[in-house]
Every structure is written in structure tokens, then in C-alpha cells.
Design a protein around this ligand. Structure first.
Ligand code: BES
Ligand code: MN
Ligand code: ZN
Length: 492
């Protein structure tokens, strides 16, 4: 866990292992570079301030700063330096900060008073997320890190109360994003539907959320044919996790759900070996909703939120569902399972229908749903679709604001006939092309008139390699987008 502190004194006086200071392209000293008299070394080393350049200046006798070392970080052109760039630049040096254990940064000081709270939050998030590692399964632990304490330098002219509130938000968000990453990174052998449900229950107890876990028998009883059907081939029975956050009395809640496939082998429509390698990530949507609920419970915005998170393991076996089987979803709509690897939509159909019954103001779902979305947008960008353009735009704007790239794809109704079934209400696959859209059209069948937004995170949920804000593996996307969206809605 990383804790954050806000300090408005001179950067020279901040006692920390590592003091991290920006340098703009030129090079031009950023806040703290002159005061610490380290900029001379940077310019002297013929560095230009381009992104990716670092210079570590260890303290020698007579140096005029309290930290053990100063890290000068090239951040690129000054006029292109915004909150997203700041978060990412600090994320990139998370590994260096780990070697010092505690860190401080002047990055927020590069922004004006109007942006001060957001700048403080972005700096804290970037540094802590970039320092995340997952070594639970290594016998030789990384000798460096974690980063336990981070000091964010601010200006005495800023609203200190707002800055401290921003740091509190950062602390809670970072904790939740790292938890979502842990859940995704944990091998499926140790993260079955029941294990996910146990994690949810423990979290709910810790932060004070109402949590109900539906067992397999209860799901059968309740008519959740998709969750049951997808899970019936596995020895690990399915679950559904229901969480309730009450921050606004009897107000109409908004609703969240996320795809919780503990492991996606494809089922009888089995995936090739390489397509299965990272399929422990197929509960990334579920993890993102759990993490978002944890943030809400800790920040307590004035809003009500309910979540219903379906979780099954998609495995082939003698008891697995077969291509051609017809299942009846919660609420009565039937679907023909022509490809058991299009399983995410089958479990989400149930949770969406269940949430729609509760008449929420809107529903947002997150799901590692389709490879087609990754083909369309690449691995970094979340595809967003829905039946309400204003809601979709709100989600895209939230993603933009927090630096989680999102892009709207059309919920093109003319493609709806592609999921007509010869025997049931719908079938679970479309044609070869437009797979992200036909998957969303399938989901749309289950929300009725409820305003709904779907986030396909098949790309962004899991990183093949290290990225600015963390190592390879679970990313915690799109937790920060969801939190921003809900907090904005709550007017917080
Ligand atoms: N979980 C996969 C989608 C996925 C692919 C997530 C790559 C992350 C990375 C999903 O269940 C799936 O298998 N989708 C199929 C659908 C197809 C059978 C219609 C796909 O995308 O190929
Ligand atoms: Mn699949
Ligand atoms: Zn899947």
C-alpha cells in the first residue's frame, strides 16, 4: 500500500528517498530543477528533455536538497504537457522509485491553481501505478520496492483542502486498481468463481458494502441459464456477486456489471493453445466492477450504485454445453449457443436482465468480450457502445479525462438480423465481420429500455508487455474511467 502526503514547502526540504523533477524539452527546467541545482547536471549531460530521458543525481556532500537523490525526468514539449502526460511520465519511472522505497515529486507544480487538485491526483496515481509489481508467485522476490510513501509537492497558493481530498482519492483509486490487477494476474487455478466471490465478500466486509453471493443452486432456481450453461463444463461452479452501495438514501441507483469468466478455454468450441495463454484475464470486467465498488464505499459519494457480477469458468468436458444447445436467460429470453467460445455475452445477458429488473437509472457493463474489438481498435483502446448516445459520450469523456483511451463504435441496428436464430430468440454469434458490434447487439436484447453502455475491454484489460502505468499483465482498466464517471454523476 502506498500512502500519500501533500507538502507546500520548498522541494529542497522534502525528505524522501527520491525527489522526482520534470524537465521540459529544450532542455528547460521544470519546477524543482533550479532550486535543487540539479538542472546544470542535466543540461551538462547534453540531455534535451525529450520523453523517456532520465538522469539520476545522487546527493553529494554540500548538495542543497534533503532527498537522497534527484531524478530529472524528460517530459517532452512544455505546451503538450498535460495531466495525462504527467501521470504517464511518473508511471514510467515507477521502477526507479521502487529502488528508493519512498519518493516525492514536483510534477504537480507544473500546473496552475485551477488544475491543482487534478494535478496532485494524477501525479500520485502515476507514480504508484507505475511502481506496481506482481510477485506473489516468485520465490525470488524483487529486492526493490514497493514504494510505501509518496510526497506530492504543491503550492502554498493552492487550496490545500482540495489537494488533500485529491490525494485521498488517488490513494483509494490506486489501491483498488492494484487490487483489480492482482485479481486478474492471479492464475485461474487460484481464482475460480468461488474465489472471486470470496474476494468480493472480504472486500465488502472491509469497506462496508452489502454483498450477496448467489450459489449455483440459487442461480438455477433464479433462471440464470447463461451463467449456469457456461459454467456447467467446469468442476468449479459458477457464482453471481451482488453488491449494493448506498450513498444517497432512496434515490434510483445506477447499475454496474462485468464479465467474470474465471478462465476462458473456449469450451467445446475450444481455443487454440496460444489463444488461451492469457485467458485468466477474462474476469477483468468483473475485477474492474469490484474495484470500482470498493472505491465508492471508501469515498462515499452521494449516489446509489448496485452491481451484479456473473462468474463462470468456461471449460470443455462431458458436462459442458454443446454448440446447438438452447438456454433460457434470466427474464425468459432464449439463446442458441452456436459457439461456446462466445460465452461472455451469455453470462452478461443474465446479469443485465437481472439489473434491468431493478429499474436503475442506467447500466454500464465492462467485458473482455471480443477479439474483434481488439482488431478494430488495437490493444490500448476500449470500444464503447450503447443504446443511449449521451451516456456513451459521458463514458468516453470520462475515459479521456483520466487517460484511459476509449472510442465509440456504432451499435448498428442493421446488423441485428445477423444474430437471428433458426430455433431461439437470438444466437450467440454473428457473421465473420463486425464481431464487437454483433456482441453488443446481443447484450442490448437484455437491457430493455434501460439506458445502457457497454465497454469492450478485450484489449486494454491485459497488457502483453510493460506500459507507462505498469508491468505486463492486468492493467486495472477501466476502473479509473468508471470511478470518474460515477463521481461526476454524484457531483463530487
Ligand atoms: N474472452 C474472449 C475475447 C478475448 C479475446 C478477450 C482476446 C481478450 C483477448 C471471448 O470470450 C471470445 O472468445 N470471443 C470470441 C467470439 C467469437 C467466438 C464470436 C472471439 O473474439 O473470437
Ligand atoms: Mn470466449
Ligand atoms: Zn471470453
Amino acid at each position: 500500500m502506498t500512502t500519500f502526503r501533500y507538502a507546500t514547502g520548498s522541494p529542497r526540504e522534502i525528505a524522501a528517498g527520491l525527489l522526482i523533477v520534470p524537465v521540459f524539452e529544450g532542455p528547460e527546467p521544470g519546477p524543482g530543477a533550479k532550486e535543487t541545482r540539479t538542472f546544470e547536471a542535466y543540461a551538462g549531460a547534453k540531455l534535451s528533455g525529450k520523453k523517456g530521458e532520465n538522469l539520476l543525481v545522487p546527493k553529494r556532500r554540500g548538495d542543497r536538497f534533503a532527498a537522497d537523490a534527484v531524478l530529472l525526468v524528460g517530459v517532452g514539449k512544455k505546451d503538450a504537457f498535460d495531466l495525462v502526460a504527467s501521470r504517464r511520465a511518473l508511471g514510467r519511472i515507477g521502477g526507479i522509485a521502487r529502488r528508493f522505497g519512498t519518493a516525492a515529486t514536483t510534477f504537480a507544480l507544473a500546473f496552475g491553481a485551477k488544475q491543482s487538485a487534478d494535478a496532485v491526483q494524477a501525479a500520485a496515481e502515476g507514480l504508484a501505478l507505475g511502481a506496481y509489481r506482481f510477485d506473489r508467485y516468485r520465490t525470488k522476490k524483487d529486492p526493490s520496492g514497493p514504494v510505501t510513501r509518496v510526497v506530492i509537492a504543491g503550492s502554498s497558493r493552492w487550496d490545500a483542502k482540495a489537494a488533500r481530498a485529491a490525494l485521498k482519492r488517488a490513494e483509494v483509486i490506486v489501491d483498488a486498481v492494484c487490487w483489480a490487477r492482482d485479481l486478474v494476474n492471479t492464475p485461474a487455478a487460484d481464482m475460480s468463481p468461488a474465489a472471486i466471490a470470496r474476494e468480493a465478500q472480504a472486500m465488502a466486509r472491509q469497506v462496508g458494502l452489502t454483498c450477496k453471493v448467489w450459489t449455483e443452486a440459487q442461480l438455477k432456481q433464479g433462471g440464470f441459464g447463461g451463467i449456469i450453461g457456461v459454467g456447467q463444463g467446469s468442476v468449479n461452479p459458477p457464482r453471481m456477486i451482488e453488491l449494493t452501495y448506498t450513498g444517497a438514501g432512496r434515490a434510483t441507483p445506477l447499475a454496474l456489471t462485468g464479465k467474470g469468466i474465471a478462465f476462458d478455454s473456449g469450451g467445446l468450441s475450444i481455443k487454440p493453445a496460444d489463444g488461451m495463454e492469457t485467458m485468466k484475464c477474462d474476469m477483468g470486467g468483473a475485477a474492474s466492477i469490484l474495484a470500482t465498488m470498493k472505491v465508492l464505499a471508501r469515498l462515499r459519494p452521494k449516489i446509489n450504485v448496485i452491481a451484479a457480477i456473473p462468474s463462470s469458468e468456461n471449460m470443455p468436458s462431458g458436462s459442458a454445453q454443446r454448440p446447438g444447445d438452447v438456454i433460457t436467460h434470466r427474464g425468459g429470453i432464449t439463446s442458441e449457443v452456436l459457439n461456446t467460445d462466445a460465452e461472455g455475452r451469455l453470462i452478461l445477458a443474465d446479469s443485465l436482465a437481472y439489473l434491468a429488473e431493478k429499474r436503475p437509472s442506467l447500466i454500464v457493463d465492462t467485458a473482455t468480450l471480443t477479439g474483434a474489438c481488439v482488431v478494430a481498435l488495437g490493444a490500448d483502446i476500449t470500444g464503447v457502445m450503447g443504446n443511449d448516445d449521451d451516456l456513451v459520450h459521458e463514458i468516453v469523456a470520462a475515459g479521456e479525462a483520466v487517460g484511459e483511451p476509449t472510442w465509440q463504435l456504432p451499435l448498428h441496428r442493421d446488423y441485428r438480423p445477423m444474430i437471428d436464430s433458426k430455433v431461439a430468440d437470438v444466437k450467440n454469434i454473428g457473421k465473420r465481420y463486425g464481431g464487437a458490434i454483433t456482441a453488443a447487439l446481443f447484450l442490448a436484447e437484455f437491457v430493455g429500455e434501460t439506458p445502457w453502455c457497454h465497454m469492450d475491454i478485450a484489449g486494454p484489460a491485459f497488457a502483453d508487455g510493460a506500459h507507462d502505468l505498469g508491468p505486463a499483465g492486468g492493467t486495472g482498466a477501466p476502473v479509473r474511467t468508471l470511478v470518474r464517471f460515477v463521481l461526476d454523476r454524484a457531483g463530487a
